[in-house]
Design a protein around this ligand. Structure first.
Ligand code: ATR
Length: 279
């Protein structure tokens, strides 16, 4: 019996149980994926110790504990050493190992939708935003050796910090949001990682896209709404668009593989998840 779960707060509306229950079914494995909400007033270490002694196979971890959990792990995957945050923990016979599949899952969702990217990494990528999500996504583009990955952020210092992760393997620059607006036509892939445009502020868009190259792919990790203002604008310019909810599925797929060694197919779960999100 595979015992999986999610810790975080608040997580009652998390989509992860639905995703992993589908994966268990598709893999014909007997198991469960439960929500373990840990209130911020609870003793986090005590709660994690309880979970560890419950015979759990592994768990996901989300806000606000992605960094706090690190002290309670025995081993950290390279992804965590670089990103500084954990979203997946494996119980390897009592050795607790932390991984981060968020950014890698994002890039997998992108290369699955646009398979030509798997063979042609000679692309100029612009990441908008420099928070935790951007950090994981930058790491993944670096791993995949896309030729150039720049970051534009309101606070450029944060973007400068992220690109120190690059040890000269790829080209990387930091831009202000104004510079991003005016130089947008240089980029093949634009990835929006901030919360701008998220419900209820659905009419907000971090860029006007007036200088976008119509051959570019525009991607937004915001998935509520599914088609953000930014993606609507991109479509009007004739760009190809990529939806944020697919990232959820592929970060989960990579986590499921870490726990079970099963390469489960995502298939049409993106369509099903879109329906769930749209109510
Ligand atoms: P997450 O972990 O989800 O990435 P985060 O760490 O809070 O969230 O990061 C939020 C990102 O959204 C940051 O890049 C933030 O810009 P700053 O670094 O300048 O704070 C960006 N962001 C949020 N609201 C924004 C807004 N109204 N305009 C521009 N950028 C915004």
């Amino acid at each position: 019996m595979i015992k999986l779960g999610l810790i975080g707060y608040p997580i009652q509306h998390s989509l992860s149980p639905w995703i992993h229950e589908q994966f268990l079914e598709k893999s014909k494995l007997t198991g469960e994926y439960r929500i373990y909400e840990i209130n911020t007033s609870d003793n986090f270490k005590v709660e994690v110790d309880k979970l560890k002694s419950s015979g759990i196979t592994g768990f996901n971890i989300t806000v606000p504990y992605k960094e706090t959990i690190i002290d309670q792990l025995d081993e950290l995957d390279e992804s965590v050493k670089k990103i500084g945050a954990v979203n997946t923990v494996l119980n390897d016979n009592g050795n607790w190992i932390g991984y981060n599949t968020d950014g890698l899952g994002y890039v997998k969702s992108l290369t699955t939708k646009f398979p030509q990217l798997a063979n042609d990494k000679n692309k100029r990528v612009l990441i908008i935003g420099a928070g935790g999500a951007a950090r994981g996504i930058y790491y993944a583009f670096l791993q995949e050796r896309f030729s150039q990955v720049d970051i534009a952020n309101r606070t450029t210092k944060k973007a400068e910090h992220i690109i120190t992760m690059n040890e000269g393997h790829i080209l990387s620059d930091v831009l202000t949001l104004d510079e991003a607006e005016s130089d947008l036509n240089k980029y093949d892939i634009i990835v929006q990682t901030t919360s701008v445009g998220m419900k209820p502020n659905i009419n907000d868009s971090i860029l006007t896209l007036k200088n976008i190259n119509k051959d570019a792919i525009v991607s937004d990790i915001v998935y509520q709404p599914i088609k953000t203002k930014l993606l609507q604008k991109a479509e009007k310019h004739g760009c190809q668009i990529h939806f944020g909810h697919t990232m959820l599925l592929y970060q989960a797929q990579l986590a499921f593989n870490i726990w079970t060694n099963h390469d489960v197919e995502v298939g049409d779960m993106d369509v099903q998840l879109q329906k769930i999100l749209e109510g």
